[in-house]
Design a protein around this ligand. Structure first.
Ligand SMILES: CC(C)(COP(=O)(O)OP(=O)(O)OC[C@H]1O[C@@H](n2cnc3c(N)ncnc32)[C@H](O)[C@@H]1OP(=O)(O)O)[C@@H](O)C(=O)NCCC(=O)NCCS
Length: 174
């Protein structure tokens, strides 16, 4: 497949919006039942860019968005600043071809280059494809939280996974 992974630009946002809203409508990957509009995704990209966080998109030769991945603040208190939480989405007709792992590999490299220490994934416990994908990338399961969410009339369980980006790194003094 002729595919590139690059930083998202505003021109990618309509494609990102379609993928995001498909996940809202049809999956428990995101625990949100309200569709968003383009302005919402514009604000999200602007906020990620302003904070220096990457938003990566996989595009085909025609420039269509096939998937995207990004990370942001995990918890806003200062002491958590070396940890980020990410998300990864592949367009429904493009799954099972290895795009998710490629996006994640690129995102992990960006996090390592940024000097971050830990990457956290918060995954719906029934999402076996995502849990396997993260295990293959070296993430370990570090938490199981039963019934902390709900969607489509069901309680949802959360599996927390984490990856050490710079094993052995000393914590900063200040
Ligand atoms: C989870 C996700 C990112 C994986 O991306 P991907 O590009 O499909 O990853 P892979 O190609 O490595 O496939 C992962 C697994 O999904 C299977 N799969 C999922 N959907 C598939 C489809 N439509 N067709 C074929 N295989 C599919 C693959 O066979 C593979 O199975 P395996 O783990 O037994 O090998 C993607 O399925 C997705 O976007 N899902 C919806 C959003 C989501 O769950 N995001 C993660 C939130 S934490």
């Amino acid at each position: 497949m002729n595919m590139t992974i690059q930083d998202a630009t505003p021109a990618d946002l309509p494609g990102i919006l379609v993928i995001y809203n498909d996940a809202v409508l049809n999956t428990t990957a995101i625990w949100n039942e309200t569709l968003v509009n383009l302005a919402n995704r514009q604000a999200w990209l602007a906020e990620r860019n302003a904070a220096g966080f990457p938003v990566l998109v996989a595009r085909n030769a025609a420039g269509e968005v096939l998937g995207y991945a990004s990370y942001g603040t995990w918890r806003s208190i200062e002491g958590f600043r070396h940890t980020v939480e990410h998300s990864v989405y592949v367009r429904s007709d493009q799954r099972g071809q290895g795009l998710g792992p490629l996006l994640m590999q690129a995102l992990i490299e960006r996090a390592q280059a940024a000097g971050l220490h830990m990457m956290v994934a918060a995954i719906e416990s029934g999402n076996a494809a995502s849990i396997r994908l993260h295990e293959r990338l070296g993430f370990i399961i570090s938490g199981q939280m039963p019934q902390v969410g709900c969607k489509f009339g069901h309680w949802l369980d959360l599996t927390l996974m984490q990856l050490t980006l710079n094993p052995g790194a000393e914590p900063p003094i200040a």
